[in-house]
Write a protein that binds this ligand. Structure first.
Ligand code: 4AD
Length: 436
């Protein structure tokens, strides 16, 4: 679809405009001069194009405007579109008019290397760089692919609250707020409990929203604010949601490979690992994974949770995501249903992405029995009163049900081949970073 805004066209649409006189608007990415010919590289968010200014072929004042235009100045260009295989993007503009809109002050981010802290302090400007734009486009594609995946299967999007009265994923990572002076409210750690209520209303549901965890660890996988896609399915068991998680990841990989090859190539992301995302994914119980880890030299006693080094090691053993299921009850949340065969374990699954990325999905079959759930709430020292509404779900037509949550930034990190999750979100929130 070709678009215009106030008569200007977008760089991405130039292939349809060869030979035509057009107007473009954007920002100056770079410029260079070779005497009577001057080149302006314009970016407009849809691409880059080279504008060629030849002395005498445009008004002299427009030709000399080149000297005033600094990196990131905003401007509009008029000219004729030409095919030029050597130019960035494959097209160029034979410029007939230049209109500076705003001449930028000296831009802090140059085309040379900068330190990460400097770039993060300038995140509002850093987003303009081609690399960051590529990451944001992949993120957008991933999110749309996820939404389409669920919509195509008749799942209903149900939005869950941000202010919550209780913990969902343990009390140590809660962000507490003062709710009108008389109560505490916590920023949501997961929409799951609400999604369970919605699943008992609508059958198959999902939510997608910001999630908050006061993570005190500085790792390359943890943000304090991240976006989670969660799903909940009435009558589903652990097997069902393992299959659903596998299908989701495969569908997202196909979509990103269909539509975002240019961005992945720009990011120098090898494509083979993404092409390998095909069913079936290997499945290992926690106990089996412990055996593999022990054989690889890790020392972990049965019952201990897998940490980042163990997850990394396991994920490096396979070329595609691996599903680790049946963790010990002690490692996991209060709402997970114990396995009837081995009640020391719960019906849960973590999906670990390969290439050392680690956990991207966590899910489980939920405890659907009222008495068993009450016992679990007591064992976890959680207050019962604020969870009464949740217990109602086990009082009125309780059914087996299961679901999972996918951390979008971890998926973006993996797909884009990034080192740190902070580059996978427009404005990262970390323990030591709240600005910009
Ligand atoms: O395994 P988690 O804690 O699961 C839940 O929150 C469940 N209530 C989800 C559900 O069943 N509906 O988190 C799910 C995923 C993780 O696998 C990870 O990808 C991501 O959320 N995640 C984080 N991402 C970035 N920074 C953090 N601090 C994260 N914590 C979890």
């Amino acid at each position: 679809m070709s678009d215009t805004i106030n008569g200007s066209v977008y760089i991405a649409d130039l292939p349809d405009k060869v030979g035509q006189e057009v107007s473009l608007r954007g920002w100056l990415y770079n410029k260079r001069s070779s005497g009577k010919v001057r080149f302006l590289i314009l970016r407009d968010g849809t691409g880059l194009v080279q504008g060629v200014m030849v002395k005498g072929k445009l008004p002299e004042t427009d030709f000399t405007a080149f000297d005033r235009l600094t990196q990131e100045s905003s401007l509009s260009l008029e000219g004729v579109v030409r095919v030029e295989p050597r130019a960035p993007g494959g097209y160029e503009l034979e410029v007939t008019a230049v209109h500076p809109l705003h001449v930028a002050s000296e831009y802090p981010i140059s085309h040379k290397e900068h330190g990460v802290d400097f770039l993060l302090n300038h995140r509002h400007l850093w987003l303009r760089s081609p690399r960051q734009q590529a990451v944001l486009r992949v993120r957008d594609e991933i999110i749309r692919a996820c939404r389409d995946f669920f919509a195509d299967r008749r799942f209903v999007l149900v939005d869950t609250p941000i202010f919550t009265p209780t913990a969902c994923e343990g009390t140590t990572t809660l962000f507490e707020t003062d709710y009108f002076g008389d109560r505490k409210a916590y920023l949501t750690q997961s929409g799951q409990l609400y999604l369970e209520a919605a699943a008992l209303a609508l059958g198959r549901v999902y939510c997608f929203g910001p999630t908050f965890r006061a993570e005190k660890s500085k790792t390359r996988r943890h943000l304090t604010e991240f976006w989670m896609l969660e799903t909940e399915v009435a009558f589903a068991d652990l097997e069902d949601i393992m299959a659903l998680a596998e299908a989701l990841l495969c569908a997202v990989a196909v979509r990103v490979l269909e539509n975002r090859i240019a961005e992945l190539t720009f990011l120098e992301r090898p494509l083979a690992p993404l092409q390998a995302i095909r069913p079936p994914f290997p499945r290992l119980s926690y106990t089996e994974s412990l055996k593999r880890l022990t054989a690889a030299g890790h020392q972990l006693a049965w019952g201990e949770d897998l940490g980042a080094p163990e997850e990394t090691a396991l994920s490096q053993m396979y070329d595609r995501p691996v599903l680790i299921h049946h963790y010990p009850k002690e490692c996991k949340a209060f709402y997970m249903k114990p396995d009837t065969v081995d009640p020391r374990t719960v019906l849960c699954v973590d999906v670990l992405a390969p290439e050392g990325v680690g956990e991207i999905i966590g899910g489980s079959q939920r405890e659907d029995d009222l008495e068993a759930l009450l016992t679990r709430i007591k064992e976890h020292h959680l207050p019962q009163e604020p969870l009464e509404w949740y217990l109602d779900l086990r009082r009125y037509g309780s059914v087996p049900h299961s679901g999972f949550g996918l951390g979008i930034e971890r998926l973006v990190t993996w797909f884009c081949g990034l080192h740190h999750v902070r580059e996978a979100i427009p404005f990262p929130r970390l323990m030591d970073r709240l600005t910009p």
